[in-house]
Design a protein around this ligand. Structure first.
Ligand code: SF4
Length: 404
């Protein structure tokens, strides 16, 4: 479907006459209200199953809604990923990062070593560290707290984005503390925000195929709601392109909307494409071979439409995508490029080839090439600094009418 790659050149007026009338009606309503809650579940499912011209219509409408809701700025955060260990007993079948304790290439960082990596990142201009890792048996019960103390002790102003809901559940098990008390303790020791990872697909039938030992849907929801209640905001995620169906996407996006209406705690939504190459899930024939181009584009667009008015930052996970695809997703509803990630082990182990690090200058070029305005942000999107080099000021002028 070559036209799929060229959809950014289409406007709503070019495509609307080619759409099936029920889908056109849904997309017109979404663009008028700029509020995903104005659509029914059935209408959301209609969008999730869009193909051919209807899919092009969804992508174009999502791009128009992005322009209204998030403007033409594309943000990114300068950060470093620190994966403190690759030893993990959980055994998720989609994960190629984890190792058994007796494998030859395991590693485990002490809190002081994590802090040292954070210092290196801070000195290179990072404002955030994203800290996650495997779950080894016998972890010191207060290891996560001690990482926070070590990093904040060295760098009081760095933003710590750390510990997935799975790690939070493990911390509770290790310490015996109630969930809210445990999260409050982490917050008081420097935890700023939580990655909304370990969500994958929030459906226990799918979760059981992906990983028998992972936290349940109810546990994920409890961790996120409690964290938000403790003042710890989080991202929200969905992993696509494995065994799930479009209905799972819709259910998850509606669930995230529901939580957001209660807590306002989500900073953004991040679709995570399944990287299949080195995974047991794929090699056992349990999953498809990652997302198609249509799926990559559709999930970003669907998220923009269904989350409109609820979660208005839609992030491209560039480590899972190539350069051209990540730029295309920016035209399918996304407005954020995520983090520069000075170190990215998890997707690389699974077979992703986008690399470990994209410099802020590379981000700026990618965003400018896509005809948008680059801006460095902080983790919670409360501060933004537009980045344009002097020779690009002409482009700024060309983009100015978009602000009118
Ligand atoms: S995804 Fe996380 S919890 Fe699952 S096996 Fe990999 S490191 Fe362990």
């Amino acid at each position: 479907m070559p036209e799929l790659e060229n959809f950014p050149s289409l406007g709503w007026a070019d495509i609307c006459a080619r759409l099936s009338s029920p889908l056109r009606e849904v997309l017109e309503r979404a663009q008028q209200t700029l509020d995903g809650s104005s659509l029914t579940r059935e209408q959301a499912l209609l969008l999730a199953h869009a193909e051919g011209d209807d899919l092009l219509g969804l992508l174009v409408a999502a791009n128009e809604m992005r322009r209204e809701l998030a403007g033409n700025i594309v943000t990114y955060v300068v950060n470093r990923n620190i994966n403190f260990t690759n030893i993990c007993f959980v055994g998720c079948k989609f994960c190629a990062f984890s190792r058994g304790p007796r494998e030859s290439d395991t590693y485990f960082l002490q809190p002081e070593q994590v802090a040292q990596k954070a210092i290196e990142a801070w000195e290179l201009g990072a404002t955030e560290v994203c800290i996650q890792g495997g779950l080894p048996h016998g972890l010191p019960p207060f290891y996560y707290r001690d990482i926070l103390r070590a990093v904040k002790g060295a760098l009081p102003r760095i933003h710590i984005h750390a510990f997935s809901p799975m790690e939070i559940m493990y911390g509770i098990e290790l310490t015996g503390m109630p969930l809210a008390d445990y999260l409050s303790m982490l917050r008081d020791n420097g935890l700023d925000t939580l990655p909304g990872t370990a969500a994958e697909i929030l459906d226990d039938h799918v979760r059981f195929i992906l990983s028998r030992n992972k936290l349940t849907t109810e546990q994920w929801k409890a961790v996120i709601r409690t964290a938000h209640g403790c003042g710890i905001r989080s991202t929200s995620t969905l992993m696509y392109g494995h065994v799930e169906t479009p209905e799972h996407w819709v259910n998850q996006l509606l669930l995230l909307r529901e939580i957001q209406s209660e807590t306002s705690g989500f900073t953004e939504f991040v679709p995570l494409g399944f990287v299949h190459q080195n995974t047991i899930l794929f090699h056992q024939g349990l999953s498809r071979s990652g997302p198609t181009l249509a799926e990559h584009l559709k999930i970003h667009a669907l998220a923009r439409v269904l989350l409109a008015g609820s979660i208005n930052n839609i992030q491209v996970s560039w480590v899972k995508l190539n350069r051209q695809l990540s730029q295309l997703c920016l035209s399918a509803g996304a407005n954020d490029y995520g983090g520069t990630l000075m170190e990215e082990n998890i997707s690389r182990e699974a077979g992703a080839t986008a690399g470990q690090y994209t410099s802020p200058e590379d981000f700026q070029s990618l965003i400018l090439e896509a005809g948008r305005i680059p801006a460095e942000r902080n983790t919670t999107y409360t501060r933004m600094q537009i980045k344009l080099r002097p020779e690009e000021l002409v482009i700024q002028e060309a983009l100015e009418p978009e602000f009118a």
